[in-house]
Design a protein around this ligand. Structure first.
Ligand SMILES: Cc1ncc(COP(=O)(O)O)c(C=O)c1O
Length: 322
């Protein structure tokens, strides 16, 4: 087995994902299509799962535990990726068993994932709940493995450290001025910060916050980036000025989306053939459009499409009405 943590992965995603150019409202911009990492395993989460499931297998796991919202893309991608590796999944989802089986939840159920539902308070205390379940399963003779919420641990963040290598090859080594992406649990942004630092890039990482408060998410990303460097045994400091948390684009709540954002999502889809989700990439794209397409800022970062389309099925009527 390789000693380099970046080599300890299972290949699950279709890589490299393409970079496409779009003209929208007379503005040209580039988008890296991580929504195309796979079908059932689509989106950014699968890059993290390549490392997390390699870790799970190395530790002899029999069942993977993880947590997220009831429309969690990470949970759905974990269920499919774990199945491909002969592993079962138990999910702890923020929601209720009365929720209609739509989108990601529908897929989790079809796949036979064991599901426990958490209220919002318990969801924000999920670490303790997962630890308790781990102990119970271990006593019952199982070998549980916890994949953190959103796959965002130092091991998971390696997926986006490696992403920077892939992007560098695609751009002929030329660093982009910025990378602009949705941010939930912070692992994508943390991995991008570490990857850019290792590549010697001065790229700005824009993290569009959809879930936490802006100060917590910033501290969390920077801390996770430092932990990821430690895992790689690299003594280096992350320059905090490389990270910009873009806040205020999820004021309607994590599980909701404002009609004007859906209207933009539809208008872009009809002009490009690319449909965003309501929770992550859709909100990030709205922020991108305000600043770099309708807005005056000229140094346009690369837009990273992190996937999430199945979430749109849980908001059918809102998409139709917008
Ligand atoms: C589709 C999608 N985009 C973006 C994100 C945010 O990524 P991260 O959790 O690494 O911040 C997530 C998950 O949280 C996601 O499911």
């Amino acid at each position: 087995m390789s000693a380099d943590p970046l080599d300890r992965r299972i290949k699950l995603a279709n890589l490299p994902t393409p970079i496409h150019e779009f003209d929208f409202d007379d503005v040209r911009f580039r988008m890296k299509r991580d929504d195309l990492t796979g079908v059932e395993t689509s989106g950014n989460k699968i890059r993290k799962l390549e490392y997390l499931l390699a870790d799970a297998k190395r530790k002899g796991a029999s069942v993977v535990l993880t947590t997220g919202g009831e429309q969690s893309n990470h949970a759905r991608a974990t269920v499919f990726a774990a199945a491909s590796q002969g592993l079962r999944t138990k999910l702890f989802l923020w929601g209720s068993d009365r929720a209609r089986s739509e989108g990601n939840l529908f897929l989790d159920r079809v796949m036979g994932a064991e599901i426990a539902y958490l209220n919002k308070k318990d969801f924000f205390n999920a670490d303790a709940i997962l630890a308790e379940e781990c102990e119970r399963l271990t006593r019952a003779g199982e070998a549980p493995y916890v994949a953190p919420a959103g796959g965002s641990s130092p091991v998971g963040a390696l997926g986006y450290v490696r992403f920077v290598e892939e992007l560098g090859d695609q751009l002929g080594g030329k660093a982009p001025s910025g990378i602009f992406a949705a941010c939930g649990s912070g692992g994508t942004a943390a991995g991008l910060l570490v990857g850019s630092a290792l590549a010697g890039w001065r790229t700005k990482i824009f993290a569009v916050n959809v879930l936490m408060d802006a100060t917590s998410v910033r501290d969390y990303i920077l801390d996770l980036a430092e932990q990821t460097l430690a895992l790689l045994a690299i003594r280096r400091k992350i320059d905090p000025s490389r990270l910009e948390v873009v806040d205020g684009y999820s004021e309607e709540g994590y599980k909701s989306i404002a009609p004007e954002k859906l209207a933009l999502i539809k208008r872009f889809a009809r002009s490009s053939g690319v449909l965003f989700d309501p929770t992550y990439a859709g909100k990030a794209f709205y922020a991108y459009w305000e600043r770099f397409i309708r807005g005056a800022e000229k140094r346009r970062p690369l837009f990273l499409h992190t996937g999430g389309l199945f979430g749109a099925f849980a908001k059918r009527q809102e998409y139709l009405d917008a």
